[in-house]
Design a protein around this ligand. Sequence first.
Ligand SMILES: Nc1nc2c(c(=O)[nH]1)N[C@H]1C(S)=C(S)[C@@H](COP(=O)(O)OP(=O)(O)OC[C@H]3O[C@@H](n4cnc5c(N)ncnc54)[C@H](O)[C@@H]3O)O[C@H]1N2
Ligand code: MOO
Ligand code: MG
Length: 408
Amino acid sequence: MKRSVDEHLEVVLGRVTGLPPFEQPLMEALGLVLCEDVVSPVSLPGFDNSAMDGYAVQAGDLAGATQDEPVTLPVVGEIAAGRSEPIVVTPGTCVRIMTGAPMPRGADSVVPVEWTDGGTVQVRIAQQPALGASVRRAGEDVQAGDKVLDSGTVLGPRQIAVLAAVGRTRVAVRPRPRVVVVSTGAELREPGTRLGDGQIYDSNSYTLAAAARQAGAVVYRVGIVEDDPKRIMDTLSDQLVRADLVITSGGVSKGAYDVVKEVLTKLGTVDFPEVAMQPGKPQGFGVMGDDQVPIFTLPGNPVSAYVSFEVFVRPSLRKLMGSMPYRRQPVHGVSLDGFTSPAGKRQFVRAAASAGDEGWMASTVGGHGSHLLGGLSRSNALIVVPEDVTSVRAGEQVELWLLDEETG
Ligand SMILES: Nc1nc2c(c(=O)[nH]1)N[C@H]1C(S)=C(S)[C@@H](COP(=O)(O)OP(=O)(O)OC[C@H]3O[C@@H](n4cnc5c(N)ncnc54)[C@H](O)[C@@H]3O)O[C@H]1N2
Ligand code: MOO
Ligand SMILES: [Mg+2]
């Protein structure tokens, strides 16, 4: 079975639905997607208050005040932030006031302390404020009953700010997806151990775990499982209880020991199409267990596994978390290098991109081989070459995926 990248992505996203919302304390909700419209029970500011440290006055009392001819007023009291004093500013008087303190009755404006001699019994004021100057009005920011955040908003520091300001302690959000990552392959060893002949370190489980965590998931990196049908099935079945999504790598091509494909094909709920892309052609997707947990069986070649994550797994994690849009938003730029691209396949080329005066510029890094991790580590973008393009010339416009933007 052959499938285009777009067809495969449609199949995948068709099987993935948003996780059910639950209530979380504000700090736990950071980075998650809000699942309720938040209506403020209070107004912000909650009361008229001073924007300056200075004196609450009736502006009309200061007509004509200048540096040379200041007006002197008696100071009839003092109000600090957090205090509510029953003082009244009658004509010809003033009250010392601090930033954030409630305006006293009778006062209509605030004179900053810099315009005065700072007196505490009486004060010399050298300038008339405009009527209402330096007064922050109740409700000028938010009115009680206003919607302050829409369902679907990603909660960052600025959104957490307004939630706290209106007195919320908890909000409904979609949880972080729990992602299980498994590497398959008899040649794999855990980094830090001694390698025997023909063995290599398992990098895929680290790559995929890191990418999933950066995308917002809680990750269980199970590590290495041998290419043994029973061991693979047992491991996957055991892990399903704690998974909203499973990612395996390796064992999906045509080798004698490519058993992931063999066992999951028998299961009947995971398909192994040939996806018309490079890298990442052999891979599978389906569901497992009573809860129909989505499972991605990505190719073993390290660059193929990573690129497949960016193309299919990341949009799925976004959908599980309720983030919009699910699909990546490309940018346009210029390729500084020329290269060829296979007909009928969408190619994802590792590139180092930077933004200059004339927009994004991208140089290819490393080779095209899907085992070349050195080049991948120096890249920060993928050049996406459409199926019908067979060569890109240096200086040509290309579509770019910026990889470092996709955090949190
Ligand atoms: N006869 C054919 N052979 C291959 C084809 C094909 O169409 N016909 N496709 C090639 C392509 S394209 C890819 S991609 C790979 C897919 O390989 P598998 O998914 O079967 O993965 P493995 O055979 O297990 O390993 C492939 C390669 O990747 C290394 N690997 C695997 N897991 C890890 C890991 N966790 N960390 C680091 N490196 C890993 C493994 O050692 C192999 O070198 O198949 C091609 N072959
Ligand atoms: O499709 Mo493989 O992923 O080219 O190396
Ligand atoms: Mg293989």
